[in-house]
Write a protein that binds this ligand. Structure first.
Ligand code: ATP
Ligand code: MG
Length: 436
């Protein structure tokens, strides 16, 4: 297994704690990831010092980020924060929250952690590993296993069911049989979790897991979807695989990829239901807006685009301009990524769908047109004021005329001159008959 090399700043903090007579251990995700050979940025420390003692020791460098749970943030010289958490023991749990008490030992602290692979501690000064639940064995066997009695542990905190799924999908591990049964038994109670915690798990799944479908199929098969997002309870493997095709490692840590993957997941619901679902999950306004408009474009243009791509006929420029204008020029990139993921998932599922070559060709033309041609009212050579000055009465008729002018320019951008547009506006006004 890979050697454990906590960053210097973490060694510093651990050293200070030990000099003051306290224990200091690196714990949790960093140890797990380091042993798996994955880079991990946050090296959390567990200590016998109480939060007050940690604050006294590090003074101004501390931030009280979760004092009631025993967590103090300690800043290093570069201003990066490291979490230092007092050894704790659960005194009360209700499936949502835990009340903890301090004065516990490292062993107590490891015993309250969720999975064996997350319950390994390492002392950098002693170069010693404490692994009372054989987390290293489970890392070797590639198994997610609850610490202690799986049923009891899931009852204490229902979120652990979703965490088990995420870790299994992220590392391509299996879930220990008894843990899996406890997880299935937990599914009907997941509704007790706050929407925020559920959404955070879904987000982490989309952010951390290369193939989210591994997790999403487990959400479906264990009954988690039935409780949390009922409209996804019977989603097909193909539908759940759409986010897998939105990998793009370059975008891995960007919200754009997460939002695209969420859009891919919720696409089968249609944009209205998807927006309602995201509101229920307390998504950010930005995400609701982005996903909503992507899915709305998919609904209005997706099918027509696949028909266009499936035919041998090369679409002409006006046709592409109509698509780009319906999608909105600034969203063409995201929209086409979503569309190709949906088409790729269909192809992988054995259905006929546009070829990668055809999609790339269309995308290139769409981008060119999006940047080159006038496609929105802002790029028309006349605006409402110009039309009023030319004698078109203000009101709904004027809006309608502007939209018709826009369509005429989308058909042929050479028409985008003041002269042609004003003349055409007069003609449209005359054609619409005398004003009432
Ligand atoms: P990630 O890479 O997602 O951050 P992580 O293992 O670091 O993975 P965190 O949520 O940061 O996960 O939690 C840090 C540690 O705290 C975990 O490794 C685990 O030991 C413990 N832990 C976190 N959440 C729970 C929980 N709900 N129940 C029990 N232990 C938990
Ligand atoms: Mg972490």
């Amino acid at each position: 297994m890979t050697p454990l090399n906590p960053p210097a700043a973490v060694l510093d903090i651990a050293g200070r704690l030990e000099e003051a007579g306290f224990e200091a251990w690196c714990v949790g995700g960093a140890i797990r990831d380091a042993l798996l050979g994955h880079p991990h940025l946050d090296w959390d420390l567990a200590t016998s010092a109480t939060p007050d003692e940690v604050r006294r020791l590090f003074g101004k460098r501390t931030i009280p980020i979760g004092i009631e749970f025993g967590t103090v943030g300690v800043l290093d010289r570069k201003g990066t924060m490291h979490e230092v958490t007092t050894f704790r023991r659960d005194v009360k749990t209700d499936g949502r929250h835990a009340v903890v008490e301090f004065g516990a030992s490292l062993e107590d602290d490891l015993a309250r952690r969720d999975f064996t692979i997350n319950s390994i501690a390492y002392s950098p000064s002693r170069k010693e590993i404490r692994d009372p639940f054989d987390g290293r064995g489970d890392l070797d066997r590639r198994i997610v296993r609850a610490v202690g009695d799986p049923d009891a542990r899931m009852r204490e905190d229902r979120l652990r069911a979703l965490r088990a799924i995420r870790f299994a999908a992220r590392f391509d591990f299996s879930i220990d049989a008894q843990t899996l049964r406890a997880l299935e038994a937990s599914a009907p109670y997941l509704g007790r979790l706050s929407a925020e915690r559920v959404k955070q798990e879904l987000d982490k799944t989309m952010e951390q897991v290369d193939c989210p479908s591994r997790a999403l199929r487990l959400w479906r098969d264990t009954g988690a979807f039935a409780t949390l997002i009922p409209s996804m309870a019977t989603a097909s493997d193909e539908a759940l695989s759409v986010p897998d095709f939105l990998a793009r490692p370059r975008l891995a840590r960007r919200p754009a990829r997460r939002m695209l993957r969420i859009a891919g997941l919720l696409a089968p619901l249609g944009h209205r239901k998807a927006v309602r679902q995201l509101e229920q999950l307390r998504s950010s306004k930005l995400e609701i807006q982005t996903v909503g408009s992507l899915l709305e474009s998919w609904e209005t243009s997706g099918e027509a685009l696949s028909i266009t791509l499936a035919g041998d006929r090369r679409p002409d420029d006006p046709e592409i301009r109509r698509f780009v204008s319906a999608i909105t020029r600034t969203r063409v990139g995201m929209f086409m990524r979503l569309a190709s993921a949906i088409w790729s998932a269909a192809a992988a599922g054995g259905r006929v769908s546009p070829s990668a070559h055809a999609i790339r060709g269309l995308y290139r033309r769409m981008l060119l047109i999006a940047f080159r041609d006038p496609l929105d009212l802002g790029s028309l050579a006349v605006d409402g004021d110009d039309l009023r000055r030319a004698g078109i009465p203000a009101g709904p008729e004027l809006g309608k005329i502007l939209r018709l002018l826009m369509s005429a320019v989308i058909e042929d951008p050479a028409r985008n001159t003041t002269d042609w547009l004003l003349q055409e506006a007069q003609r449209l006004l005359a054609a619409s008959g005398p004003a009432a």
